[in-house]
Write a protein that binds this ligand. Structure first.
Ligand code: ATP
Length: 444
């Protein structure tokens, strides 16, 4: 994990938030490579969860909402973790994550067993809306994106004219004042979620829960996380929320343990019913066939962008020993990202930077590719070093413009380039005019 954290900083994936002021615990900034990785992940989710389907539409809700939303959803009352204080070192700890020795819990910080009784700590960040800071202006930064979908259910239903079963998808920031943010970006206080609320008739619920679990597992495979590294945890009834008729956690083998990436939960009609009760508005659905009104049930696949991005980096990280042309062996660090989510898709390199024609041709190739994919032009240093830099960034393809490209070794090779593949390091000769048709299908 240390190696991954250091690579993330060194290569510009993730930085500590407010670093020059000592940071802010649980908050992270994504650098140039990190932001591309996250964007590719979110774009792919959005594509398969909305654009490629006729039964799901998207929305983008506000982060601040009327406080009554959080009263109705139960978050104000119960969205809390049990917290204890260590009387010795004053550390605040999550009671359900304490290590124990011979059945006795102790402080992981100082080892003391002198801990307070657990008490509920609400995870929502409280804030005030408007110029007065009093009880009437309190609200919270949303701790999940889902509630905006529930409270807009009727508007979306009416404007999209969807029939059950149908879904509403959303990607956005969520905030939780976690007691112990840890494991790098895994448990943060500010993070992004990708959530789908898939509404259905009650009798369709159990089948659709299984369907969505399978769909979501396929999603992770399609971004390069093999099924062997994913675990499905079927949450037993006594550990589920009381309204849930089934919840699966999709977990990944992180270097720090097997941990949750996503929850797929059958939430029944709990959320809509709560909002009907509290708002007094009819959030029901009229079934044209049976001519009856019903409150739809809902299946919720809820994934974390940051956790998935971290899983992608952990999964991609590899070190191997390679031998160069001179017989010297070195360690190659390579991020084996699936081309679909790799931050940079292709590196473009003129063989030499002091040969004007090579540089001009390389720039021309880069301009050809840029509108279609993230392209990185690099002319600095030996070509081997440039390849290594892109290996470390996870760039799946490298294109080198050399004297053959310029036609100096005969007309047959004119306007061809070497295309290098990151994983095998194999090189092939391809025509510039064929580059897009070769690369595009692999990165989509
Ligand atoms: P955990 O048990 O790890 O606290 P949770 O079960 O409370 O997570 P959910 O409420 O189901 O999480 O949220 C759905 C998803 O949102 C999680 O699977 C995770 O990917 C993401 N998520 C939740 N809390 C955080 C956090 N503090 N930092 C980063 N991602 C988070």
């Amino acid at each position: 994990m240390e190696k991954i954290v250091s690579l993330c900083k060194r290569r510009g994936f993730v930085f500590q938030s407010s670093e020059i002021y000592g940071g802010l615990n649980g908050c992270w900034d994504y650098g140039p490579l990190g932001v591309e990785l996250k964007r590719n992940l979110k774009d792919y989710w959005w594509r398969v969860m909305t654009r490629e389907r006729e039964d799901i539409v998207g929305m983008d809700g506000s982060i601040l909402m009327n406080r009554n939303v959080w009263k109705a959803s139960g978050h104000e009352e119960t969205f809390s973790d049990p917290m204890v204080d260590c009387r010795n070192c004053k550390a605040r700890l999550r009671a359900d994550q304490l290590p124990d020795k011979n059945g006795e819990k102790y402080c992981p910080n100082c080892g003391s067993r002198d801990l307070t009784e657990p008490r509920a700590f609400n995870l929502m960040f409280k804030t005030y809306v408007g110029a007065t800071e009093d009880e009437s202006s309190i609200t919270y930064l949303r701790p999940e994106t889902a509630q905006a979908i529930f409270v807009q259910f009727k508007n979306v239903l009416e404007t999209s004219r969807k029939k059950l079963p149908f879904g509403i998808a959303q990607i956005g920031k969520a905030f939780r004042n976690e007691i112990n943010p840890r494991n790098f970006t895994f448990r943060s206080r500010e993070f992004e979620q990708m959530e789908l609320e898939y509404f259905c008739k009650p009798e369709q619920g159990p089948e659709l829960l299984k369907y969505w679990l399978e769909e979501r597992l396929k999603f992770y495979e399609n971004i390069g996380i093999p099924r062997e590294k994913l675990h499905v945890h079927d949450i037993p009834a006594e550990e589920r929320a009381f309204y849930s008729k089934g919840t699966y956690d999709i977990e990944f083998e992180f270097p720090f343990g097997i941990q949750e990436l996503e929850g797929v939960a059958y939430r029944t009609d709990y959320d809509l019913t709560q909002h009907i009760k509290h708002s007094g508005k009819p959030l029901d659905y009229f079934d044209e066939e049976t001519k009856e009104k019903l409150v739809p049930h809902v299946i919720e696949p809820s994934a974390g962008v940051d956790r998935t991005a971290l899983a992608l980096i952990c999964n991609a990280y590899d070190e191997e020993t390679v031998t160069d042309e001179k017989g010297k062996s070195e360690t190659r660090i390579v991020l084996r990202f699936h081309p679909r989510i790799a931050p940079i898709k292709v590196g473009v390199f003129p063989l030499l930077k002091n040969k004007e024609e090579l540089v001009a041709k390389a720039r021309e190739v880069a301009s050809l590719l840029k509108p279609h994919m993230m392209t990185f032009y690099d002319e600095a240093g030996a070509i081997g070093r440039r390849y290594r830099r892109q290996d470390e960034a996870g760039t799946p393809f490298g294109i080198t413009i050399d004297f053959e490209t310029l036609g100096e070794r005969g007309d047959e090779l004119r306007d061809t380039v070497t295309l290098r593949h990151r994983d095998s390091m194999k090189q092939e000769r391809v025509k510039i005019s064929e580059l897009l048709s070769i690369l595009l299908p692999q990165i989509q």
